[in-house]
Write a protein of this length. Structure first.
Length: 252
């Protein structure tokens, strides 16, 4: 190989790397766009303007992790609720089953990409007293009161009961750039959605990933695509947070 060709190759390789990385990022977004479905279509005007720090302590919670077998246990999903499929785990709703998987993957991806993020699982699946120190609400509330960011992961109800992907912000005027980025990438629920839900009243953000139905649910349930679907959704969440704290996004 002539010297000029070697030189060209050296100049070209980094460019190829940058281009392929950008394409991979776009493909990731495109795939997860069609997976999560149309964003929530409710009128909402809030903005998250306060700059979130790269070191902000983020606590992830799996929606309904402590309320199985009582009201507020989460959606059964279209497959179980409408089409007669067996639940993924007979002891918990399918929503919680997938919430737990996404939380673990978001925490894993977030940690290796420099986020100060942990996942809290109460372990006990049925806690009647909401003030019990083990509940999501108690832990999420105290984490937020101590200056942290509490984010609860959910899938929305199927059919006419769900609204679609989006962030339900906390009931506060102090919404930050992570809130803004999650809302841009998933959708923006009004600040007083349903008059103010239990979690947002306790300063815990709710992220609805998408309605547990159709293609999204089929890809989660299909053993061949389940792990990659969890990874793709988690990547979208982690990238939204990275964007929100002003860090570079990742492609896998
Ligand atoms: Zn839920």
């Amino acid at each position: 190989m002539r010297l000029t060709n070697v030189l060209r190759l050296f100049l070209f390789l980094p460019l190829l790397f940058v281009v392929s990385r950008t394409i991979a990022q776009e493909l990731t977004n495109e795939n997860s766009d069609s997976l999560i479905g149309p964003h929530v279509q409710l009128r909402s005007t809030w903005k998250g303007n306060i700059k979130a720090s790269k070191t902000l302590s983020i606590l992830l919670l799996a929606g309904h992790a402590d309320s199985q077998g009582i009201s507020g246990s989460g959606t059964a999903g279209e497959a179980v609720g409408l089409l007669g499929a067996e639940p993924m785990d007979p002891l918990i709703t399918d929503e919680l089953y997938w919430n737990l998987k996404v939380c673990k993957e978001v925490a894993r991806l977030g940690k290796i990409n420099g986020l100060n993020i942990t996942f809290y699982d109460p372990g006990v699946r049925k806690i009647i007293d909401e003030k019990d120190p083990k509940t999501n609400w108690t832990n999420g509330f105290y984490h937020a009161m101590n200056g942290g960011y509490s984010l609860e992961i959910h899938f929305d109800a199927y059919g006419e009961y769900g609204y679609g992907p989006g962030l339900i912000p906390a009931l506060t005027l102090n919404l930050n750039t992570i809130d803004e980025s999650l809302a841009r990438n998933f959708g923006r629920y009004p600040i007083l959605f349903r008059g103010g839900l239990g979690s947002p009243r306790r300063q815990i953000r709710i992220l609805e990933i998408g309605k547990l139905e159709g293609k999204l649910e089929q890809k989660l349930r299909d053993k061949r695509t389940s792990d990659s679907t969890i990874n793709l959704i988690s990547l979208r969440i982690v990238n939204s947070i990275l964007e929100g704290v002003g860090s570079e996004t990742i492609s896998n």
